[in-house]
Design a protein around this ligand. Sequence first.
Ligand code: SF4
Ligand code: SF4
Ligand code: SF4
Length: 494
Amino acid sequence: MDTSTGDNAGGGSGRPRVKQDADFIFHELTRSICPECRTVIDAQIILRENKVYMRKRCPAHGWFEGIISSDAEMYVNSARFNKPGTIPLEFSTEVKDGCPLDCGLCPEHKQHICLALIEVNTACNLNCPVCFANAGIGYSLTLEQVEGMLDRFVELEGDPEVVQFSGGEPTIHPDLPAMIQAAKDRGIRQVMVNTNGVRLARDDRFLETLAQLEPVIYFQFDGLRRETYRTIRGEDLLDTKLLALNRLHQAGLDAVLVAAIERGVNEDEVGAIVEFGLQHPAVRGVVLQPVTHVGRHLPFDPMQRVTIPDVIHGIVEQTNGRFVLEDFVPVPCCFPTCQVNSYIYTDGETVMPLPRLLKIEDYLDYITNRALPKAPDAAQVQQALEGLWSASAVAGTEKTAGQFQCACGPGMELPYSVSHLKEHIFQIAIKDFLDAYTFNVKQVMKCCVGILVPDGRVIPFCAYNSVGYREQIREQLALEQGRRQNEPVGRSGG
Ligand code: SF4
Ligand code: SF4
Ligand code: SF4
């Protein structure tokens, strides 16, 4: 560590020693990991020129600094949108080595799981240069394994909200339809399929099967420029994406567009993605995610990465005055710096964001703890808003439409039927997953998005990606699969 103090160090120069102000505000101390060796280390959050940075030192690899928010005011103000967590019915591990090494969930975790992911395979029909899951050779879960994981999710949650099948590419798993059915059979209210859309564009029979099961399609869609796909996905997929979306509409399936946003590639397309989604009849929402620099990713500068405020400002600036900064509100069920949401009533042309119809912070500000507005239905409105501003809110569902209807209450000049709202409510979510430069135990301790693992654990998504769980579990599942396949015929399944 450099302990010199420059010009002020001398007594020999004859100049008076002058104390200087730091060029940053020390905001808080937290825990993170070393981007080189992943050792858990202390980390400082500092504010400089209205931006927020994480600064930390690994004893073996020295100092690291990376941006975590390009708008300090937005970051600091989000603290009041921090809802008390709900404790899950059971935990799967013990507190032993401390967060984030005890996942999970361990009894120190501060929130239950709103949204569970099952990565059914590691294989994919694409080979994207940007792939947090680092898709490739690994494992493919059996239907029995997935059924066991769904049973565990029900045990942990009692009444689970949402499960999302992911991968790799889940649509190339031969048992995906049976897995979706298994989730529905267990009463899990909403099932999603996270896909690149390639098989949806090409396989009629598969699309028909999915249409009968009615999952919401979480549809990878990074922009409207061919070059964007060549850079992020390694090939021009635009026509395939547009074809798949049109086919989803014909099949009666709803989609949420999910875009990975990278600096210098497509941050200037966020407005176009929102506008496209508002116009397309299959699309009920968009999720904009700054690229998570884990797994495979393009070279990046941790001081220049895209953060949530960049995406919000991008939408405001690129949509011709349709949106303002205040239309985007932090999500209180996770840590409020993880995600912001907005909901819009739209007829395709005009848009009316919900935060302009009622003052959301009157209901979702948990720090000042002030009394709710005096309206007789205020408690129901708060409950509805908590449902909408949750990681488990799924665009295009009756539940979301009903919550929107309830939040608006009487007096709003909109048609009220849930079936009408279901077609006209549009969700915008912006999620900033953590990488080794931004990893913050404060956020993962209250994470509400978990990866289900066959051994019964649920591992918070950002811990799974950054701390080493993904690699350990992938290796373990691949080994188990290899052993199963090498068992003599007649002994397997015994
Ligand atoms: S992230 Fe949660 S489950 Fe994992 S170690 Fe930390 S507190 Fe425990
Ligand atoms: S990002 Fe998705 S589509 Fe691309 S290789 Fe990875 S799993 Fe496949
Ligand atoms: S997945 Fe990551 S970004 Fe999302 S709630 Fe969990 S910790 Fe926050």
